[in-house]
Ligand binder design. Sequence first.
Ligand code: ATP
Ligand code: MG
Length: 339
Amino acid sequence: MKKKTILTGIRPTGNLHFGHLFGAAQNWLSLQDEYDFYLEIADVQALTDNFSNPQKVYDSVFELASDLLSIGIDPKKVHLFIQSQIPEIAELTVFYSNLVTMARLYRNPTVKSEIAQKKALFGNDGESVTYGFVGYPVSQAADITAFKGELVPVGEDQLPLIEQCREIVRKFNSIYGDVLIEPEAFLSKTPRIKGLDGNEKMGKSLGNAIFLVDDDETIHKKVMSAVTDPQKIKKDDPANPDICMVYYYHKLVNQENLNTVCQECKAGSRGCVQCKKELIQKMSEFLHDFRKKKQYYRDHPEEVLAILEQGTKEAREKAIETTKEVKKVMYIDYFGGEN
Ligand code: ATP
Ligand code: MG
């Protein structure tokens, strides 16, 4: 039986963080056996809000690729590829741009909130926002459909972008004929991981992330400044774990002691400093295997490059196939579909 196709992506704007792992990437690991899996490093998308810092995007491609391999993404099962090296995605983006209105793009909740967060880049009211940034959902629709992605495992923040893609697919198919597949989002059990600062989302560009590459000292600094119950002033005051970001992270990496942490916090028999130190210890243990593998890839950068080259080659074959079909139904295959 033919395997179903999965496409998902990640922007090379920094390293993998706990939000990625628990929000989306653990799903990727569990799906890699059963599906034909395309995993895109979305460097063209990263450039939409990092266009003046191309070196950061370039470096992050290799960092992210080796982070992904170190959490267990298996290049024998997954086509790990670089977006910019597949020109067909850029072609499809241009074709799809006629199928979406500016008003619809501006209304996209994810795009709207990201423009608001990037005041330094896009101005207070988004008055300096670029055409490329507002249009990135169109390019993302090209990412998904180029591979005929049926399932897209993502975090919750991506849902409006998948919806946008579905609309583009419906419009395309209704005008030109049934070529594209309407994808479905696939969410994890914890589709939105909060930041230690209490922000609703941990994000690379939000400055509130704990990265998997962070060393113990860096994690220590970040966890020590985490938001806890403001009512707890003294060490033995009882507190509410449900509004404490330290407890929130115990839930992710310290399942086996969760009950004790919760009860002691409520009873006031556990101080925040002790609780934070235990969390730091658990995070460090959790990262043990990752750190070993990451060191291996740091010592063997040529392996990472070869994996990316091979994955990109495989992915491009599929994108070429789809783009040929698209151009045929759009009456733009003048020379027998060879271009
Ligand atoms: P940036 O700030 O540059 O957009 P990011 O941290 O949002 O970076 P992305 O590369 O945009 O990371 O996202 C990659 C994937 O990880 C997406 O599927 C996204 O939904 C998911 N993801 C990112 N952050 C979280 C989070 N805090 N909780 C759940 N999923 C997340
Ligand atoms: Mg993002």
